[in-house]
Design a protein around this ligand. Structure first.
Ligand code: HEC
Ligand code: HEC
Length: 295
């Protein structure tokens, strides 16, 4: 063994440093990337007001976006109504370009090219889609036709919504949090959710980012000792079932230990017919949801 004093410490300046070259290359690539991105981030849609571009954009939209945002961009089960002039993530041309190109992290809104359709759109195609969205936008915000204050009273009182739904941190957790529903769902969709909740179940909480997310399915479980729980499925695999029951207790069951479990697409939410909620009260509740959800 050599003694320590004979060991020559490496001179950091004379050693070959492959990482330094790699670092330099990376920096260069980043700079090129930033330059390219700045080309994309134009301040205005170069195709603004061109009806042919809007037509081509409509075609792109049907292929890549209507699945979530609905036909005519009026909103669907998975994506917000884009005909509203005021957008949650910014309403200017560069804002829209950024949202469409980069997606909205943490939500179902994918970055360009990340969907199963594959290759993604070119810069020009993104501007065409933006031209299309502009062509279907409503000019000016539609004035809310309901009474927000009365809607809030109904939500937290007579209509019982807050026993199952949370808004801005207050309320129940059996149904989805409705704090942003006003801006992420179309009005038609909300009406349908209330009048016929089972027609289209809301997307599940934990799975909302997956391509095919889990839904708020109703589940009834009977444990080995005969205790019965009813609630909503939060997560499920071959062996286990995670649910929240109507008393807001979380459960994790091993399926083969249960006496029975049954899932159903009948929503746990009551269907609010005219008797439970008149058309006028429905308008008021929706006005409240739009008000709290406004960007
Ligand atoms: C898998 C579903 C899905 C697909 C496909 C999808 N979106 Fe989205 N999009 C969403 C969701 C969900 C949001 C709302 C994100 C949030 O919670 O704020 C959203 C948000 C947006 C927004 C922002 C709206 C606002 O108020 O700020 C724009 C613009 C948008 N999408 C455009 C598009 C376009 C254009 C396409 C097709 C190229 C597309 N989306 C494809 C689900 C989708
Ligand atoms: C007994 C519990 C319960 C009550 C009361 C209830 N809901 Fe629900 N709600 C749910 C559940 C569970 C879901 C998810 C399944 C579904 O989509 O129907 C849901 C879904 C929804 C959705 C769809 C959300 C989405 O993102 O797709 C809306 C909107 C909604 N409820 C609004 C209301 C309003 C407004 C009221 C009061 C008038 C109300 N709910 C009362 C349990 C309830």
């Amino acid at each position: 063994m050599r003694s320590a004093k004979n060991v020559r410490l490496p001179d950091p300046l004379k050693q070959p440093r492959p990482w330094a070259a790699a670092f330099f290359t990376c920096t260069l690539l980043v700079m090129i990337g930033v330059f390219a991105a700045s080309l994309q981030a134009q301040n205005k849609n170069p195709l603004a007001g061109d009806p042919r571009a809007a037509k081509l954009g409509e075609f792109e939209f049907r292929a890549n976006c209507a699945f979530c945002h609905g036909l005519g961009a009026r909103g669907g089960g998975r994506g917000p109504d884009l005909t509203r002039a005021k957008k949650r993530h910014g309403s200017t041309d560069p804002d829209l370009f950024r949202t469409i190109n980069e997606g909205v992290p943490g939500t179902a809104m994918p970055p360009n090219g990340a969907t199963q359709q594959g290759v993604g759109m070119t810069e020009e195609e993104i501007w065409q889609v933006i031209s299309y969205i502009r062509s279907v936008e409503k000019k000016g915000e539609a004035a809310a036709i309901g009474n927000v204050v009365h809607g809030k009273e109904l939500f937290n009182g007579a209509a019982g919504c807050s026993t199952c739904h949370m808004i801005q941190g207050k309320g129940g957790r059996i149904g989805p949090d409705l704090s942003t529903t006003g801006s992420t769902r179309s009005t038609d969709y909300i009406v349908e959710s209330l009048r016929s909740p089972s027609r289209r179940l809301a997307q599940g909480i934990s799975e909302a980012m997956k391509e095919f997310s889990q839904e708020y399915e109703t589940v009834t479980v009977v444990t080995a000792d005969g205790t019965k729980f009813m609630g909503v499925v939060l997560n499920e695999d071959h062996f286990t079932l995670q649910m929240i029951d109507t008393r807001e207790m979380l459960h994790l069951f091993e399926k083969d230990r249960l006496r029975s479990f049954e899932k159903s697409r009948e929503s746990l939410m009551p269907a609010y017919d005219q008797k439970m909620l008149s058309d006028k009260d429905l308008q008021d509740v929706i006005a409240y949801l739009l008000f709290v959800g406004a960007p």
